[in-house]
Write a protein that binds this ligand. Structure first.
Ligand code: BGC
Length: 723
């Protein structure tokens, strides 16, 4: 019925109307374009009233719906919930959490009149400095794909669409619109495409966004191999492909490659050299550069999806999503995503302990990154507010010193918070080492524990730096930690660092100065509440790292990031191939500060009774996890597989399955079952997937370097699978 309906509509369209159906209306609210009916939405498709086709509204993003919270001449507000950043969501390793967050965001999308959410973002953490890593899940494609699939299922259960992005190999911000990513087909298929493949197959997303960059010489949005051969023919994708905003340089090639929709439209508004896409498509059909059948196909792909959207169904949205309920979901996701890196009897803190909090981030807590992944919630609970709300014994005098300091400094020209043209906040870092030794001594003597907040922010359009103040602590941050450490430890008191960050920083040079380190990521609007409950042990941390914390920036495998020539890169060669993240550190014996999959708990877990059963097409692995400590908690069990030495070069091990337990009370246990399709053990070699014969080792454990159970199964016969 739908198919017929779409075909009927297309048969009634003029050429001009067809061209308009595959191009957006221009960036809403800017360059003289009218605002979208949902102000702050990123884009809108063309309506064709003559045929009863309304426009559809597309809006970011991964940590929650990004729309303007207020509208001119309108008293009402349109806040959306700020959820934890994707890296924190991935740190939960909990598919149910991702689905629940997806459902909540999906409801906000629908009730605010949006049709498609421009998320999840799912590029791989190739290098810790990619400015948008906070918007991405992990260095590992399986974890990425599984998290994305659950999120998409949640979003789409609400009758709106999700859009996977940025397809593919968009792993840096430096020159992102022109950079040429040179990468082997093996690394592409095993690392950079794999997560997308999992999400496409498991969750049937309505849309996918082609990336800005070139892939092996061709813009992703103009890359037929990527968008048609791999995505549609091999994986069976049934949604539509849209460009990233202003991506590529040739609308006709985009149409031919299988990029169905060009967004946001009117590229000439930002670059006078660019053509009007609608005109260009019409001309190309007329002069034979574009076959009208190809255009019809693209129109069909777009319309088939949009027919099911709320706008097309005339859904009457309320502008009243359940923000109260969603705040609770944001909280639940956050408490599962914090990662405890170090704990020398420092945590949890007793509820009656007197707590001194240091660091500007206790007040200016960073809720998420900047750019299209930003959100506009009703409020953000800072760390200080979160602790106060719990009636914990905060050193009020010290808190006041920080409040006054921040107010005074932000009044100075050089530290004023500014905004870019697109509204992105620029927040100059305030010096952290401003307390005298005497006052620190006093604070240490009147409190039981010291907590220091270290914050970072990054965002769209620029990469982080391998320098002090970013990947490394700034000198003043280091001095603050050192001085607080001296004052508190001299009195037998503990010091805890909270890392309010969007991606790894260096920790080795300072971690011995403190007794506890908790990565609280950028936890969204509920940040302070989440952190307070973790600190006092109301909730036991159960997050694990989805990305390695290297000891030193120079240890990372993607040494040539962000490409060459260094001052203005045009090309980036992925020399490291498949050796990304732990695949590199494990195989080449480079010891990280904290490995992939690592995370402590206030309790301990035992792993028992590994069983491996091989069937014709899969291997079934089961084992038991017991809470062997004194605190209720959840464990993330990981299953890695080590392949035999054969013809293909293999990493030491690869993640092939994982499971997060329910909350286990002390002494309680849960049986874990993980099934691995044998195809997932193959490697891409000479144009096909090859499963080599030999002995495979199953390695189940609490992190990639804390393997608790091992066992063997054998593949007797080599298999080849063609894509
Ligand atoms: C970003 C996308 C985003 C789009 C619309 C682009 O700059 O790369 O992730 O969805 O803008 O805001």
């Amino acid at each position: 019925m739908e198919k017929l309906e779409v075909e009927k509509i297309i048969s009634q369209m003029t050429l001009e109307e067809k061209a308009r159906s595959v191009v957006g209306v221009g960036l809403p609210g800017l360059f003289g374009n009218p605002h979208s009916r949902v102000q702050g939405a990123a884009g809108e498709t063309h309506p064709i009233p003559r045929l009863g086709i309304p426009s559809a509204v597309l809006s970011d993003g991964p940590a929650g719906l990004r729309i303007n919270p207020t509208r001119e001449g309108d008293e009402k507000t349109y806040h959306a919930t700020a959820f934890p950043i994707e890296t924190m969501l991935a740190s939960t390793w909990n598919r149910e959490v991702l689905e629940e967050v997806g459902r909540a965001i999906g409801e906000e999308v629908r009730e605010y009149g949006v049709d498609i959410l421009l998320a999840p973002a799912m590029n791989i953490h190739r290098n810790p400095l990619c400015g948008r890593n906070f918007e991405y899940y992990s260095e590992d494609p399986l974890l990425t794909g599984e998290m994305a699939a659950s999120f998409v299922r949640g979003v789409q259960s609400q009758g709106v669409g999700a859009c996977l992005k940025h397809f593919a190999a968009n792993n840096q911000e430096t020159n992102r619109m022109i950079i040429d990513t040179i990468v082997s087909e093996r690394a592409l298929r095993e690392i950079y495409l794999k997560g997308f493949e999992i999400a496409v197959k498991k969750s049937k997303p309505w849309a996918i966004m082609s990336a800005y960059n070139k892939l092996n010489g061709k813009y992703c949005s103009q890359n037929q191999w990527l968008l048609t051969k791999v995505l549609r023919e091999e994986w069976g994708f049934e949604g539509f492909v849209m460009t990233d905003w202003y991506a590529g340089d040739d609308p006709v090639e985009q149409m031919n490659a299988g990029n169905d929709l060009i967004m946001p439209g009117k590229a000439y508004q930002i670059n006078p050299k660019r053509k009007d896409e609608v005109e260009e498509i019409v001309n190309a059909v007329k002069d034979g550069r574009l076959n009208e059948e190809v255009l019809n196909r693209n129109v069909k792909n777009v319309l088939r999806v949009l027919l099911n959207s709320p706008s097309f169904k005339g859904y009457e949205y309320t502008n009243k999503p359940d923000l109260e309920g969603h705040a609770k979901i944001a909280y639940r996701a956050g408490v599962e995503g914090a990662v405890l890196l170090k704990n020398d009897n420092a945590l949890p803190i007793r509820e009656d302990a007197r707590i001194a909090i240091f660091g500007v981030g206790q007040i200016e807590t960073v809720k998420g990154g900047t750019g299209s992944g930003d959100t506009h919630p009703r409020y953000v609970i800072s760390i200080l507010e979160g602790l106060k709300e719990k009636n914990l014994k905060i050193d009020e005098e010290l808190a006041k010193v920080y409040e006054d300091y921040i107010r005074e400094m932000r009044g100075k020209e050089e530290y004023k918070i500014r905004r870019t043209f697109f509204g992105t906040p620029i927040v100059p870092k305030l010096p952290e080492d401003f307390l005298s030794i005497e006052s620190l001594e006093e604070v240490a003597s009147r409190n039981d524990v010291g907590v220091i907040v270290i914050s970072r922010i990054s965002g769209e359009g620029y990469d982080r730096k391998p320098d002090k103040g970013d990947f490394y602590l700034s000198d003043d941050e280091y001095r603050l930690i050192e001085k607080v450490s001296q004052a508190f430890r001299a009195r037998g008191k503990k010091v805890i660092v909270l890392l309010n960050i969007g991606g790894p920083i260096e920790v080795v040079s300072w971690r011995s100065l403190v007794d506890g380190i908790l990565v609280v990521w950028q936890a969204g609007q509920e940040a302070g509440r989440i952190i307070a409950d973790l600190l006092i042990g109301k909730v036991n941390p159960s997050g694990k790292l989805p990305t390695t914390f290297p000891k030193n920036y120079l240890d990372i495998p993607s040494w040539n990031f962000p490409g060459e020539p260094k001052d203005n890169p045009r090309k980036v060669v992925y020399d490291e191939g498949i050796y990304v993240g732990y695949r590199y550190y494990d195989t080449f014996n480079v010891e990280p500060a904290y490995e992939f999959g690592f995370g402590l708990s206030y309790t301990t877990f035992d792993y028992r009774d590994l069983k491996i059963v091989k069937t014709e097409n899969s291997v079934k692995i089961s084992f038991t996890i017991v809470n062997s400590g004194k605190f209720p908690g959840k464990e993330v069990a990981q299953v890695y597989v080590r392949a035999p030495k054969g013809a293909i070069d293999k990493p030491l091990q690869e993640l092939k399955g994982f499971h997060k337990t329910r909350l286990l009370n002390p002494g309680e246990s849960e049986n874990v079952e993980v099934e691995i399709d044998l195809r997932e053990l193959s490697s891409f070699n000479c144009g096909r997937w090859l499963l080599e014969k030999g002995e495979y080792e199953v390695r189940a454990g609490a992190s990639s370097r804390d393997i608790r159970l091992t066992g063997i199964f054998t593949i007797d016969k080599e298999e080849k699978y063609y894509p």
